[in-house]
Design a protein around this ligand. Sequence first.
Ligand code: PBG
Ligand code: ZN
Length: 328
Amino acid sequence: MEISSILQGGYHHPLSRSWQGRRQLTKSMFMYPIFITDDPNASVEIPSLPGQRRWGVNRLQEFLGPLVQKGLTSVILFGVPLKCEKDSRGTPADDPSGPVIQAIKRLRTLYPSLYIACDVCLCEYTSHGHCGFLHQDGTINTEPSVERLAEVALNYALAGAHCVAPSDMMDGRIKAIKRKLIEAGLGNRCTLMSYSAKFASSLYGPFRDAAGSAPAFGDRKCYQLPPPAKGLAKRAILRDATEGADIIMVKPALPYLDVIADAAELIPNHPIACYQVSGEFAMIHAGAKAGVYELKTMAFEAAESMVRAGAGIILSYFTPEFLEWLSA
Ligand code: PBG
Ligand code: ZN
């Protein structure tokens, strides 16, 4: 046998196995997506997302306190307005008394070292449930959409968000948001994380349920990328990097590992994030429940594949579990 054919010596021990990844999973890679609703005392289970709840601002301490203790370093906030009036402008998105802005302020006070990202989109707040404004004929009206998204992003940043993350997929919003942040003197105090390669996926169902953001009519195929679109994804990643994004995200994660790898190659000087979306989380739970695999083993395999592909940040509903698992 050739000397070089003997590989197993390199991974016979748990420690030497852990050295085989270029990068190892750490707690700070995980960003936890949380749903904040406009009933300040809410703690309501989300049936389609095992273990996840919609929280009111008054309950954030009981929810996040134990996680911060275990090493939670970042969250991404999603507003779920249930009581307020949705309109064509998405007015409630940046209502100063609305759930997102209230939650930013509360979290900044409660946990000064917790990194707070905010999803920026209009679909949770518009009457039609689309991520931008529409023309009469239902097509996207890009310019005013981008302007409104930039306004919302700025208001989150002014309220104290460390990071704004537009998920709408309108063309030109990264440049518009970056400009607005710079003009307001926040260019050096707020990270811009772009959902750059966001695909029109079947894996967003539980989220739309949780956030009440399903479109009232039509679908999102004219602004989210078609699943086979490797080329468009690369163009979007390069464009957003050029427009001033500080972090590039790929979403969903597991079916798009090649796109994560493309991003890592195309823009080696940016951090790459990926979003293990609601349907991926639900799928891993469902498979474990059906006896296909053990939950923890599968959750690790999925997360490790994302890091192997090139991601350094993972948005995941498994974050609380990983804080436990990575402590052991
Ligand atoms: C809305 C938004 C979605 C997700 C994040 N932001 C849903 C969508 O685009 O329809 C999905 C997250 C998940 O499924 O966990 N702009
Ligand atoms: Zn949206």
